[in-house]
Design a protein. Structure first.
Length: 276
């Protein structure tokens, strides 16, 4: 139940209570209805802060969904899919190669040994978090004669289990990227703290935006930081209010996933934490 039918403006709250409750899209009409609802939520969030809805790109996240479901989504008009695991994304890309205008976005951590796959099919990689990965991707892209839009992933929640660079390390990281000429750096990406309290979620988005604003002033040549990829089904309104230009939305479009999020997100630290 949305709170937006009240006339008095109310502070935006995360909708994680909906988590796991989204109805599954099983027909083209289901997709059209879910998409209309998401676009309406985007428009309302934009209106609250005086932004144009066209300034927010909706990236539908299709992870765990099977090929027939993706084909229904395509029939409903979707032309890009975000996937969190490289091999799953590559498999779907191969199976759906007949849909030539479909773009694939890899939004989850990439092991370096998967760079070759990503370089083959991805139009965008949103989880760049190491120079090793940048080097591996660039080398494979050069071999393929391709280039790739990339986002640098930042850990804004301070949780040890989340991938992404420490905010303090991003400036130095960006200075290392211009040598990788096949990578077109577009902006920053983050996953906020997963909480139903806006007061705990919003600071993650504010951190990413202020970091971007600060770094943009003297970004290395060729590095563009126009894009902020932040916000998912439960929190994209907050992210839009704080400046998101890309929202990554899965369950509100496709329906609840049957696999738990722990299958897709690390629950153990990705690397040994450094002593403080
Ligand atoms: C799954 C996922 C999303 C989308 O989450 P939903 O709750 O399905 O909207 C967004 N970003 C990343 C990195 C994801 O893995």
């Amino acid at each position: 139940m949305s709170h937006s039918s009240d006339n008095a403006p109310q502070p935006t709250q995360p909708q994680h209570a909906q988590h796991g409750l989204h109805p599954k899209a099983e027909t083209v009409a289901d997709f059209q209805r879910h998409l209309a609802a998401v676009h309406a939520r985007i428009a309302q969030a934009c209106q609250r802060v005086g932004r144009e809805p066209a300034s927010v790109r909706l990236l539908p996240v299709s992870k765990t969904m099977d090929e027939p479901t993706l084909r229904l989504a395509y029939a409903a008009g979707l032309r890009q899919f975000g996937e969190n695991k490289v091999q799953e994304a590559h498999r779907k890309w191969e199976a759906m190669a007949d849909l030539a205008d479909l773009r694939w976005s890899v939004i989850g951590h990439m092991q370096t040994n998967k760079a070759k796959l990503v370089a083959k099919f991805a139009a965008e990689f949103q989880a760049l978090d190491s120079l090793r990965a940048a080097e591996a991707l660039d080398r494979r892209l050069q071999a393929e004669g391709r280039s790739l839009d990339v986002f640098v992933q930042v850990n804004t929640s301070g949780e040890a289990s989340k991938y992404g660079l420490n905010p303090a390390d991003v400036a130095g990281f960006l200075r290392g990227l211009p040598v990788y000429s096949a990578l077109r750096v577009r902006g920053l990406m983050t996953l906020a703290l997963f909480s139903s309290e806006a007061a705990r979620v919003r600071p993650c988005f504010v951190l990413l935006r202020t970091l971007r604003d600060r770094l943009r002033q003297d970004a290395p040549a060729g590095i563009s930081l126009g894009e902020l990829s932040m916000g998912m089904s439960g929190d994209f309104e907050l992210a839009i209010e704080e400046g998101a230009t890309v929202v990554r939305v899965g369950q509100a479009i496709f329906g609840a996933r049957s696999l738990p999020d722990s299958h897709y997100w690390p629950t153990t630290p990705p690397q040994t934490p450094e002593p403080e």
